[in-house]
Design a protein around this ligand. Structure first.
Ligand SMILES: NC(=O)c1ccc[n+]([C@@H]2O[C@H](COP(=O)([O-])OP(=O)(O)OC[C@H]3O[C@@H](n4cnc5c(N)ncnc54)[C@H](O)[C@@H]3O)[C@@H](O)[C@H]2O)c1
Length: 387
């Protein structure tokens, strides 16, 4: 089912959250044509006033309920602590608004399911901010893996393609992958909502792991994860080590640090392939911060390695040329603005009136995988992913 939106009509947006995420959403929407941010909500009064004034937003609220209650919004954009994604999204979707939501979709797969159900019931778009997937190097790899791009080609950053037919691309069948986001010392606010299970749903696995899981699944052609075998640890955080100076804008909660600071999981796919997923906010293992996704194929390999948010030299391709092991490093440049690109796609989906596949379904699978990782770590054995 889909509902046509007059493509020429200005879409009215309400943004919830004033931290990194909310501000990034606000600036991305403000910069795009055909949209107008008419409402903003957040609990830091001074910052709320400053952002509303500097960005020309006419209505400002402390609480999200007052923003969502407006009947003149087309879109609610969510950049708040993870546990608030579900109530805000459901209320917005049930009142006929489209929703752009930060990752992770929810703190549990069950809540994610309720959000997807609300999106389907109301035929509203529910899109999740997997902004790193829109990096030009990830898009380059997606195009390359399905055989559409070589090292010298211009990068098509709008292409959402992954492997068209698994096993037929230049690296053959991908049988194993590694995906990790590992920080040396980067706990995002050691007394903030990020470190509490109830407000965040988990630690670096749900925070950073969400992004690299998304990239890996996207590059692998959306295989279905069937089981997870995982371990999690909280060795540095609980001892007060591994903090960073990048505190979120939300006030300290005083809640306990009861999530992991490191997670490692082996995921098995329906087709027999597998993925090793790791995430840390803090570990004595890295110079600073490394994002890595590596695909091992039957006839070649591909690696994305981003040190400290590098914007070039991040892609390596492995192959055999006339029987000789060959390494290629295509010179992909990565411009900024990944949030803006995912928001552009979100707006295009709304305007197209074709919403199928845009009710949060991919994000729901990722939430269920995250659930299985935590359940496995707690149980001490492999568990099945809910389907
Ligand atoms: N995609 C990315 O690259 C990326 C980066 C950072 C954060 N995030 C995600 O964005 C979300 C927010 O993270 P952040 O770092 O911006 O957090 P933050 O703590 O800096 O900001 C959270 C905001 O939510 C507001 N808020 C809390 N309760 C509210 C309520 N009842 N009504 C209205 N506003 C309320 C706070 O006032 C604050 O302005 C999280 O889900 C996080 O995972 C994503």
């Amino acid at each position: 089912m889909s509902t046509t939106t007059d493509a020429s009509r200005t879409l009215r947006v309400g943004v919830v959250g004033l931290g990194f995420a909310g501000t990034t959403h606000l600036d991305a929407f403000t910069a795009l044509p055909g949209v107008e941010v008419i409402a903003l909500a957040g609990q830091e009064p001074e910052r709320l006033r400053e952002l509303a004034t500097s960005r020309g937003v006419p209505n400002a609220y402390a609480d999200w309920q007052d923003l969502v209650a407006r009947d003149d919004l087309d879109i609610v954009s969510i950049g708040v602590p993870n546990s608030l994604h579900h109530p805000i999204a459901v209320a917005a979707l049930e009142s006929g608004k489209h929703v752009f939501c930060e990752k992770p979709l929810a703190t549990t797969g069950e809540q994610a399911q309720e959000m997807v159900d609300a999106a389907l019931r109301n035929d509203r778009v529910l899109e999740v901010a997997y902004n790193h997937r829109r990096r030009a190097d990830v898009q380059f790899l997606a195009n390359h893996l399905r055989g559409g791009q070589t090292a010298g080609d211009a990068v098509d950053t709008t292409d959402d393609g992954a492997l068209a037919t698994p096993g037929t691309g230049p690296i053959g069948t991908v049988y194993h992958a590694r995906a990790s986001w590992l920080r040396r010392a980067g706990i995002p606010g050691i007394r903030s909502w990020f470190v509490n299970k109830e407000t965040a749903g988990g630690g670096p696995l749900i925070d950073l792991g969400s992004h690299v899981l998304d990239i890996a699944l996207h590059l692998m052609g959306e295989p279905t994860v069937v089981t997870a075998s995982a371990v999690t640890y909280n060795e540095l955080g609980r001892a007060g080590r591994g903090g960073s100076d990048r505190d979120p804008v939300s006030a300290a909660t005083g809640r306990p640090f009861d999530v992991e600071d490191f997670a490692s999981a082996l995921l098995r796919f329906e087709d027999g392939s597998s993925l090793l997923l790791q995430a840390s906010w803090a570990s004595y293992s890295k110079d600073a911060e490394d994002i890595e996704v590596e695909l091992l194929g039957s006839t070649g390999g591909a690696r994305l390695f981003i040190r400290d948010y590098a914007t070039e030299g991040t892609v390596t391709l492995y192959s055999d040329e006339q029987g000789i092991p060959t390494v290629t490093r295509p010179g992909v440049q990565v411009p900024a603005g990944h949030h803006q690109r995912v928001i552009e796609e979100f707006l295009a989906t709304i305007r197209s009136g074709r919403h199928d596949g845009h009710h949060g379904e991919f994000a729901l699978h990722r939430s269920r995988v995250v659930d299985a990782v935590y359940a496995s770590a707690q149980a001490g054995h492999e568990v099945e992913v809910v389907r």
